[in-house]
Design a protein around this ligand. Structure first.
Ligand code: BG6
Length: 519
């Protein structure tokens, strides 16, 4: 073997057992909405260009407005030009894709519209296009159950998960607004579709870096042995957003940061960071472990909420030299609103691995930077030698998983500053996705649509998972009840949140480590 081959990088292809994507029709309910234009059509187009779609396939946009196939195609082309991750849209490739795009006009509540949908499907030449159906519910949550019922009544959706043909339902968030509503929704949906046919989306699970949490933990031997209470002091999960609520004030008034971000994205990331190794890579094994981790989170009493959870709301402030309005001045927001645009909390996971280790979660709008990070903060060294000499100021080791943007992983450790004096300071070892793999990162929706078409539910939320997550956040909302926000809970747009959030960590001598704008 030549010397330069000794350290060859060994890529393990793990796709052998992967389910194949079969020819099918994707029916998008709510095709006039933002999600279709911004995410779904661009994702399907890219999958088609990259030859990841099965042949043949069809996409039907279903919505109320009157439109022809041609005008729907034209609209989607415009959207693609605006939102595609590759900006320049290849006209020939678009035309090839667009031939498969159809439009069905109808009211979601009107049985006749589903008959029309059924008639359109019947014109497709291949039986698989008529009977392998992916129903994508990009509509308001109150319409999920009625639409699924109508599809069932029209004979388009059979309760089946093992036949030669399949029908699946993809459900966008929010999945309910609390535990009782999520129960109810689950009960309603499972009257017409088996749990295995229901694919609940959390788009964070489609992100490369979020998927990499499991690879990072379970395909290396050096980290997992540190991944426990013996070595970890605490964990910080930050999902910060530089944007305010913009035009979504109406929705956000009901949701707040807790329902919009914590119940889903942050708890999903926490579950992946905290879970035990699954017994296999099968969807159910992975999801079993995630649910176990979520179930081990210590429930919060009303007193705990007061001590361990902080909410915040932004007032007007500067970001990038521009004045952002306060939340109460946003459109469709009540001028006396107490809705939280920021939430931070300390959670404990009561199991052998994590007992006593605080997991700090925070998310907010109008913060200085858009960045999502998991920081594993290791225990400090014993107070001897360098630590003793520095008066206990040595920076503890930390491992940061940067989920977005500037995706990467960094380790911080201390080293000697070169020179004749003795100085120690943290240095950073960094792996960046861009440098290692180039800039290509598929959009979360590409992966999620592909998995839904293949029938692999690993990256989707199971019924007990969504219910457990509501069970964690509901007591927080109940603890806040109708209490008005206090001064310590407001923060200026462009800052890292309310002072109350600093206090939360300061109680035990911890500090938030804010994500940095990496080069
Ligand atoms: C959505 C929330 O689920 O996630 C939005 O409804 C939020 O409020 C968005 O902005 C954040 O997603 P990403 O992928 O930009 O981090």
């Amino acid at each position: 073997m030549q010397e330069d081959q000794l350290d060859q990088l060994l890529t393990c292809r793990l796709d052998s057992g992967r389910k194949a994507v079969e020819p099918c029709t994707i029916v998008i309910f709510g095709a006039s909405g933002d999600l279709t234009a911004r995410k779904l059509i661009p994702a399907l187009y890219h999958l088609s260009v990259e030859k990841q779609m099965a042949t043949p396939f069809r996409v039907i946009g279903f919505a109320r407005r009157e439109k022809s196939d041609a005008s729907f195609r034209e609209e989607m082309k415009q959207a693609l030009q605006q939102f595609s991750r590759t900006k320049v849209v290849d006209a020939v490739k678009w035309d090839t894709f667009a031939e498969n795009l159809h439009y069905c006009q109808g009211d979601l509540t009107d049985a006749a519209a589903y008959k029309k949908l059924s008639d359109l499907l019947a014109t497709f030449p291949d039986e698989r296009l008529r009977r392998n159906l992916l129903f994508y519910l990009s509509i308001g949550p109150s319409q999920f159950a009625p639409v699924v019922e109508q599809c069932h009544a029209a004979g388009l959706l059979a309760m089946n998960d093992a036949g030669p043909f399949w029908q699946r339902v993809v459900v966008e968030k929010p999945f309910g607004h609390d535990l009782p509503s999520a129960y109810k929704l689950n009960a309603e949906l499972t009257r017409f579709a088996h749990e295995k046919q229901i694919f609940r989306i959390d788009h964070y699970l489609g992100k490369e870096t979020v998927q990499n949490i499991l690879m990072f933990r379970f395909s290396n031997s050096i980290f997992e042995r540190l991944w426990n209470r013996e070595s970890v002091d605490h964990v910080q999960i930050t999902v910060s957003e530089k944007l305010g609520v913009g035009g979504r004030g109406g929705y956000y008034e009901e949701a707040g940061a807790l329902r919009d971000m914590v119940q889903n994205h942050l708890l999903q990331v926490l579950a992946l960071v905290a879970m035990e190794p699954p017994v296999s890579l099968q969807a159910e094994s992975v999801r079993d472990e995630k649910v176990k981790a979520l179930k081990a989170i210590r429930p919060l009493s009303v007193e705990d909420v007061a001590r361990q959870v902080v909410r915040g709301q932004y007032f007007a402030g500067m970001i990038d030299d521009q004045l952002r309005p306060g939340y109460r001045q946003e459109t469709k927001v009540a001028t006396s609103s107490n809705t939280e645009t920021y939430a931070a909390m300390k959670l404990f996971i009561d199991n052998w691995r994590w007992s006593g280790v605080p997991f700090y979660l925070r998310t907010g709008k109008n913060l200085p930077l858009s960045a999502s990070e998991v920081r594993i903060q290791f225990r400090p060294t014993p107070n001897v030698l360098f630590a003793a000499k520095s008066g206990g100021k040595l920076d503890p080791n930390a491992l940061t998983l940067r989920l977005q943007p500037n995706e990467g992983i960094s380790i911080r450790f201390n080293g000697k500053v070169p020179g004749t004096s003795t100085q120690v300071r943290p240095v950073r070892m960094h792996f960046g996705y861009d440098t290692e793999f180039g800039a290509y990162t598929p959009e979360a929706y590409e992966r999620l649509l592909l998995e839904a078409m293949a029938g692999d539910a690993t990256l989707f939320i199971r019924r007990d998972e969504v219910e457990t997550a509501w069970g964690i956040v509901d007591p927080i909302r109940a603890g806040w009840a109708d209490k008005p926000l206090t001064n310590r809970e407001f923060y200026s747009a462009g800052t890292w949140g309310p002072v109350a959030a600093e206090d939360l960590l300061a109680q035990v001598g911890h500090v938030w480590r804010d994500p940095q704008p990496l080069k």
